[in-house]
Design a protein around this ligand. Structure first.
Ligand code: FEO
Length: 200
């Protein structure tokens, strides 16, 4: 057997083994599925934060509303970045169907408790995805996802700091008004602290 046919046999064996790695598509089916689940999660985050922003605005928490409107946009950007990556890798990114978004909240504290719970769930999902890609030796997707690992670190810290304001300031008297003022200042502080931690 010549070298060329040996090489073809090897490629064929490899492609059969990996099932869907072809010239058109560099993503494994499982990876594509997990990325689509992440797309759905980011889309839900965007819708969820939009709903929270609207509730805050309706209740007069203007700064919290701005903070959440902005975060809703950011989550949409996270979703788009994933959609573009999946399609670029030859997969098919699916527009998620988003239903069941909560519209009402008891208190402002409840809003931020749910932001933190949600961000922790997103971090767990990203970590699972990263672990999967490493296990599959899909280093391109692994590297692409590092941006999300870093982003989640910042978003989780931000949500935690926002929730801490309720304990530090207290909700009585002008407490809620003050919390609403302080929430918008957090973003700059958290990203500056993380940049310092990274020696930037
Ligand atoms: Fe994109 Fe905050 O999850």
């Amino acid at each position: 057997m010549g070298n060329r046919s040996k090489k073809i046999d090897f490629n064929k064996k490899y492609l059969d083994m990996k099932e869907i790695v072809t010239k058109q598509k560099s993503l494994l089916k499982d990876t594509e599925k997990l990325l689509n689940k992440q797309i759905e999660m980011e889309g839900k985050s965007s819708a969820y934060y939009l709903s929270m922003a609207s509730w805050c605005e309706m209740k007069g928490y203007e700064n919290s509303a701005e903070f959440l409107y902005r975060h809703s946009e950011e989550e949409r950007m996270h979703m788009l970045k994933l959609i573009r990556y999946v399609n670029e890798a030859g997969g098919h990114a699916l527009q998620p169907e988003i239903i069941g978004i909560k519209h009402s909240f008891e208190t402002l504290r409840e809003v931020f408790e749910q932001v933190l719970d949600h961000e922790i769930a997103v971090t767990i999902s990203i970590n699972h995805l990263v672990d999967h890609c490493f296990g599959q030796k899909d280093f391109a997707t692994f590297q692409f996802l590092q941006w999300y690992v870093k982003e989640q670190r910042e978003e989780e810290t931000l949500a935690r700091r926002a929730l801490e304001l309720f304990d530090i300031i207290g909700e009585g008297g002008i407490g809620l008004w003050t919390i609403d003022q302080e929430i918008v200042k957090l973003e700059g502080k958290v990203s500056a602290a993380q940049s310092m931690g990274e020696g930037k």
